[in-house]
Design a protein around this ligand. Structure first.
Ligand SMILES: [Zn+2]
Ligand SMILES: [Zn+2]
Length: 455
């Protein structure tokens, strides 16, 4: 098998891995980097040269895994796209929102190549899609060669899949992003128990020490308590959250807490437009899949309002009444609604900013987490510096399995080779050392971006 990691940098960015398996040219994911702009944010598709891609396997619909799919398909019209059925439900809304964001960035930042694709390009994907049912293998032929592909539930987010590819009795397993514990809205990953030859694993939390004593339930309790105390004290709470998956999870937690009288019932709740729209898609998926548990009546019960304000002065006005904001981006990326609200909340000790997911260190969310109360914090996009007075807290509720659990599960499949992807330098280093320590016979590959190598 030949592999090229098309992600240009050794970080979580534009996930896309090219694999030549027998006669098949396969792409695992087609992402876009959330931290970069313009062409730098795309995978290095030019490294494919004249290779025609046969299959694009989409693990899930976070933009770092699917954000460049319509762009790639413009040059790879012959390719078939395999994705889970729930992913097929949500991808149009997510990619269309990405077009809207790219158009805004083009106007704000003068990035002339934006948008990389249009609504028509997104619609055109549909006829290339082969929907995958979890656990059900699909055989694909090319000339005299054939390949068998099976998608397995990966937890993490609605539709997320780990993917098994079998070719001439050799098994390659791609984890995608994975979470084994059950969420309130989605059941955890269900992996096969077969032996695999090559494992391609995410390493997101390799640099994060596991805290098994901080159970997700305990952390959920602590989050509810923090929100309740903040509102009681006359402040507002911001929970920065990815619009897809995390936002619905937090809304469900808030709704349950309200019903049990553990949260005030009359506090206004705001969420982002994309997150609100996705509630509809979760509802459709929940009717079809028992692993999904989120119905749209929750939005009604919570009387959710869509957050549309961008102007800091207007936000301040809104804050005259204690509110709960569940807004994207989860990492407080500049100019997002979460970023704007954080800038309005930060200088008042009555308010709270509660992080509930992974924040890259270089993002404003990552930078804010490194600061202490009383420090100055610069909101670069607004050229505004504020003293941190609000409570800034982090809750261990990640949508990614912790490093020890991934290591244990990966080694359980007894792979002969493990390829590390989807992680920062120190995260990959931890996995490299840990695998060597626990399984001396396993070969570990930490690929350099855009370099071809054979396994
Ligand atoms: Zn993801
Ligand atoms: Zn990811």
């Amino acid at each position: 098998m030949q592999l090229i990691d098309l992600n240009r940098t050794r970080e979580i960015g534009a996930s896309s891995l090219f694999a030549k398996i027998g006669n098949f040219n396969v792409l695992f994911d087609c992402g876009i980097s959330p931290k970069r702009v313009g062409h730098d944010s795309l995978p290095a598709f030019d490294k494919l040269g004249t290779e025609a891609i046969d299959l694009i396997l989409i693990s899930h619909c976070h933009l770092d895994h699917i954000g460049s799919l319509p762009y790639a398909m413009k040059k790879q019209q012959q390719a078939r796209i395999l994705m889970s059925r729930p992913s097929q439900i949500v991808f149009p809304r997510i990619l269309n929102n990405s077009v809207t964001v790219m158009k805004l960035r083009r106007d704000e930042l003068g990035i002339t190549e934006y948008p990389f694709y249009t609504a028509a390009d997104i619609e055109a994907l549909e006829e290339h899609i082969l929907p995958m049912q979890f656990g059900k293998a699909r055989t694909i032929r090319k000339g005299s060669d054939e390949i068998e592909i099976t998608f397995f539930e990966a937890g993490h987010v609605l539709g997320a899949s780990s993917i098994l590819v079998e070719h001439k009795h050799r098994k390659v397993f791609y984890t995608g992003d994975v979470l084994f514990r059950n969420l309130k809205t989605l059941k955890g990953a269900k992996w096969p128990s077969c032996r695999v030859d090559t494992m391609i694993t995410e390493t997101t939390r390799g640099a994060t020490v596991s805290h098994p004593e901080l159970s997700a339930d305990g952390e959920t309790e602590r989050l509810i308590e923090t929100i309740r105390n903040t509102i009681d004290g006359g402040g507002s709470a911001l929970i920065p959250a990815f619009a897809f998956g995390r936002m619905q999870e937090i809304l469900k937690i808030i709704n349950s807490a309200r019903k049990e009288n553990r949260l005030q019932r009359d506090t206004p709740i705001f969420c982002s437009g994309l997150g609100y729209g996705l509630i509809e898609d979760f509802d459709i998926a929940a009717k079809k899949l028992s692993a999904v548990d989120f119905r749209k009546k929750i939005a009604k019960e919570l009387n959710i309002k869509i957050f549309r304000l961008n102007n800091p002065k207007e936000i301040k006005k809104q804050l005259q009444r204690p509110s709960i904001f569940v807004l994207s981006s989860g990492m407080l990326v500049e100019n997002t609604s979460a970023y704007n609200v954080a800038s309005a909340l930060i200088d008042d000790h009555k308010n709270a900013i509660c992080f509930v997911g992974f924040c890259d260190e270089s993002t404003p969310g990552g930078e804010l987490q490194k600061c202490s109360s009383g420090d100055s914090f610069l909101f670069k996009a607004q050229n505004y510096t504020a003293k941190i007075a609000a409570k800034v807290d982090k809750f261990n509720m990640s949508g990614h399995a912790d490093r020890d659990e991934i290591l244990k599960r990966v080694l359980r499949l007894s792979p002969r080779a493990i390829v590390l992807v989807h992680g920062e330098e120190d995260s990959r280093n931890w996995f490299m050392d840990a695998i060597i320590e626990h399984s001396s016979k396993t070969k570990v590959f930490d690929m350099n971006p855009c370099e071809q190598f054979a396994i």
